[in-house]
Design a protein around this ligand. Sequence first.
Ligand code: MOS
Length: 747
Amino acid sequence: MTSRTTEVPKSGIGAPVDRVEAHDKVTGAARYTADARLPRMTHAVLVASTVSAGRVRRIDTARAATAPGVLAVLTHRDRMPWRGTPEDAKFMEARFPLADDRISYYGQYLAVVVAETLAQAEYAASLVAVDYERHRPVPTLDQALPHAYTATGRFIQPPFPQRAVLPEGADPGAAMEGAAVRVDATYRVPHYSHAPLEPGAVVASWEGDALTLRDCSQKVHQHRDIVAAVFGLPPERVRVLSPLVGGAFGNKTDTWAHSLLAAAAARAVRRPVKLVLTRKQAFTATGHQPPIIQRLRLGADAGGKLAVIVHDVVNATEVRGDRPDPAVVSTASTYAAPVLSVTTRVAKVNISPSANLRAPGDGPGSFALECAMDELAYRLGMDPLDLRRRNHLEKDPLTRRPYSDKNLLEAYDLGAERFGWSRRPAKPGSLRDGDDLVGYGMATAVRGELPDPLATQAEVEIRADGTAEVRTAIQEIGTGSLTMVAQITAAGTGVPLGRVDVRAGDTRLPRTPGNGGSKATGYTGSAVHLAAEQARTTAVRMAVTDPESPLHGLPQDEIEADDGRLFHREKPGRGETYRALLARNGGKPVLGKGNYTPRTSHAVATFGVHFTEVRVDPRLPRVRVTRHVGVFDIGRVTNHKAARNQAQGGIVFGMGWALMEQLVPDPVSGRYVGPAFTDYHIPVNADVPDIDVLFVDKPDTIAHPHGSKGMGEVVAVGVAAAIANAVYHATGKRIRELPITPDKLVS
Ligand code: MOS
């Protein structure tokens, strides 16, 4: 496996260094949220609804309340401490937990039991008896479809229009009519779960009216602000600590009911409360991507030049909220089509609230668009990659701005060469290896960056002992963010990487947008970059103005920093260590602050391409991915090891969507069938082939001063389509509904 198109640096930015927390993780010393233990800590267990629609007619808590060790049982009959409205607090759900007796989804929490030990809480929770008034649920999107409508309200995130035609006044119908070649197909994606290995967990503790939450969060500051609003507290009275996060994929960007309930329970019993979700609860109540039906129409001329794209989306949404899925988000910004029409509607289903799931919108949207492009290529008798090249987009059509940088054509060339795309026979079903049908497929990946409204902050200190400390509220969610900030600090200050301490995951540290929306490296990395520059510049100024420094009197821009030392660029022997400089100047650390808001007038996006090979045994049509090449254009690669790892993870994530994952609701009761890893299958090592990852690796300093853009999402975009396209190439069967399980290939 490789991860580069150019030489990987041995040190500095780009170096494939090990994670700063790697040793702790492999030795078991690493502490996750659920590992926290506080003095006098109690344990909470949630009682969840076993029906998906109805009311609580009666909830009998008497036996639970008198069970051994039980300290409190809270239900909707208790006065919960919530203030204001979910809307004002920007809470994920349209209703606060335990706010009333109504039930609108399976797994909705009905009670919290707090006891001295976890076993006591679990036992007491089993004694809570619920008498339900059952209503007839709407369990599936198909059942809800006749009542689909255009969403309104607070869950619409700009800039995703619910309906739009570009350019204004264009006639997409006429454009379709006039097209020489057309595709009109409907694609379906099921209910997907984020399925991180670490379920949600929280430890809540109060001191007076100040709340501390140790919680699994990708965005500690946003989480803090929401929790503070819900409890009617000023934000500074709430502290959120998020140590290492054991996987998230978007479902820890939001504040969920269990965090609020743990805080309310801790207040009720006046002791710290630990609450760890069960595996089942991790599937039912911390978000998911809803089922989506997408109709995609393409019109092109005989040479493959697109004339029009029409993308119509309907997604399932929860009964109490209108949450449209942004599946159309990149439809306009993937290919150059003179006419574009997008619509999004929702249909109410008895499911829990959906949430951003890695590559929100682009994940499901790219499945439809990239499969439709493949269908168009076959109809035209054109190579699918040539069709993409033919419709390459130079400018972002939504903003009419040029991209800060875009090297997609180069990525196509690199990937095609590495994969051996030119060996692909055009005819489906014509490639065999023994009994296996073999197929090649490809897809483009695009992920636009949505600017964060708040400044991203970081502090870097160079200390008198020659070490440095970087402080920023970023979290480690498994992707290498702590290592990223350490590397940028080391590169910016010249303090060796091994002497950089990282403080992170705490709302007392400088604010960042967190680890979401592929923003960690572009935003936090750039704030750290600026902070480190400022710290170094301050130290340089100190040196050149200090009569006792060997650098005294030299122009500042002739001074460089490396290996813990400042020196003259021309004569590296002339210089001194930070230690010596700071010791002579009062021994105080030098502080640099980074305050970063992107100011680019360009459109910023990341790009990539996937080439994949599948093998299908025609007797038992199980699809195996046997080769995969991903090439990504994400600006400068900050750490080739972590980046390759994250790209491989994203591709494996996409393989799961393509071939295995789905939460299946019972079509009568609305209960999920088997919300557990026994039934919700994700790829394991035996399912994953050699994944070859390449990077274009060109700094994009127009996007962000550090030159890196995000990569967490783009790497997963298009994978499912590439696999579905390869399945068509292998078998001649076009599967438009994910996951591609063997039943769909048996004819
Ligand atoms: Mo992401 S889906 O913003 O973690």
